[in-house]
Design a protein around this ligand. Structure first.
Ligand SMILES: [Zn+2]
Length: 412
């Protein structure tokens, strides 16, 4: 099946922009790209999709989601009380919300293994439409540690190894580890490391011998340091909080330089803070929100410093946690520009090509290049000129199939 897609503007995900492009797609793969109004060679009949008054860019990659979380005010209570059946219904709703704004790949970094893997496979097999899912199953954490309720508790090198092997046996696509505590789980310490370097090295060893990646949740600088030293692939949140002091930041230039040298991506997950601090009237200013508001500019400053030292950013929303719905990716991209001072084009690259590299799927998706899958987002206006245009979704294609038409999910 041959398709020819006309784009008024093409943003390729590598940082380049072209006028009047035609993308030829065969069996879901990009076969040819012609630009500047030239006609590509087309053998036989093709179905033409005319987006000549719109901009085409690679489908977005949300590198940090929790598809079984409710995104409601009481997301923690919901995950603790939901049945697996109810969690599955939430997950279907959630991934389709992501797809509707142009997210064609999500990386689930903490969920209910049976649910997330079953939905991943159902989407892959065409049972329900949705984005491609890469899933970690539960996050590996210490006993009683951050997100322990997902079932990923492991203490000590041997237990971490066993947990990793067990998850690999169940078919996860990556490992997620909680290198520090987290705000969602009462009783955990976000400023302290949860695992030693040796425990994390054991996990990284299990991952890399299977060609899997490791995503490490880390707020406190001690956890970031341990995770980067051990060789994880991405640092989630990366807020550089000072050990035993929730109210200040301790940016470590040497750790940031090590991240840059090792190619460890920073997944800054800006949505939770932005959405919780820019809530419509009625949002209660809890003590946690007051603290977030005070700390936000300092965290931002540390992340900007890390970028200046050569750390590569990737896009990830942390969608599913309280007040962060799964269709938040355009907000994350906007925050990459407004808070981390990326250019619109850099923010798009972070959310397409960089995401695919961080996930290890850059041979398949992440850019509009010959040989890649035709995962495409079509928007109004030029998002490289005004990043708000990235949220003006019109069409979304996965593997060359139209799944969203004029902003609405369709069955094809
Ligand atoms: Zn998360």
């Amino acid at each position: 099946m041959l398709k020819a897609i006309k784009a008024g503007t093409l943003i390729d995900g590598n940082g380049a922009k072209f006028d009047a492009a035609t993308i030829v797609v065969e069996n879901g793969l990009i076969r040819e790209i012609a630009t500047d109004g030239k006609s590509p060679p087309i053998n036989g009949n093709a179905e033409w999709l005319d987006y000549s008054d719109l901009t085409v860019l690679p489908g977005l990659i949300d590198g940090h989601v929790h598809i079984v979380f409710s995104a409601g005010e009481s997301a923690l209570n919901d995950i603790l009380t939901d049945s697996n059946e109810r969690a599955m219904l939430r997950a279907v709703h959630n991934v389709q919300a992501a797809l509707s704004v142009g997210v064609t790949t999500v990386r689930d970094v903490g969920g209910i293994t049976d649910v997330t893997l079953a939905l991943r496979d159902a989407i892959r097999d065409g049972i329900v439409p949705g984005p491609r899912i890469l899933a970690a199953g539960p996050a590996i954490t210490i006993t009683g540690g951050h997100c322990y309720f997902l079932g990923g508790e492991a203490d000590g090198i041997e237990a971490v190894r066993h947990k990793a092997r067990d998850l690999a046996k169940r078919g996860v696509d990556l490992f997620k580890v909680m290198a520090t505590g987290g705000g969602m789980t009462p009783g955990t310490n976000t400023t302290r490391a949860q695992f030693t370097v040796e425990e994390l090295e054991a996990l990284v060893g299990e991952a890399h011998r299977r060609h899997l990646k490791v995503a490490a949740h880390a707020h406190g600088v001690a956890g970031i340091r341990n995770a980067v030293t051990a060789g994880v692939n991405t640092i989630e949140h990366c807020t550089w909080v000072r050990e035993d002091d929730l109210d200040s930041i301790d940016f470590d230039e040497n750790v940031a330089k090590m991240m840059a040298a090792k190619g460890v991506f920073m997944s800054p997950t800006l949505c939770p803070s932005w959405l919780n601090l820019n809530r419509p009237a009625g949002g209660e200013m809890t003590p946690n929100r007051v603290r977030m508001r005070r700390l936000a500019p300092l965290i931002k400053e540390a992340k900007v410093k890390a970028l200046a030292l050569g750390v590569e950013p990737m896009g990830g929303t942390d969608a599913g946690v309280s007040n962060v719905p799964l269709d938040s990716m355009p907000i994350e991209i906007r925050c990459l520009v407004e808070e981390l001072e990326l250019t619109p084009m850099q923010a798009i690259v972070a959310s397409t090509r960089n995401g695919s590299r961080a996930l290890g799927i850059d041979g398949e998706v992440g850019t509009v290049d010959v040989g890649k899958r035709a995962d495409l987002l079509v928007v109004e206006g030029d998002p490289s000129a005004d990043i708000l245009n990235v949220g003006k979704t019109r069409w979304v294609l996965r593997d060359g199939n139209v799944l969203v038409e004029n902003g609405r999910l369709v069955r094809t």
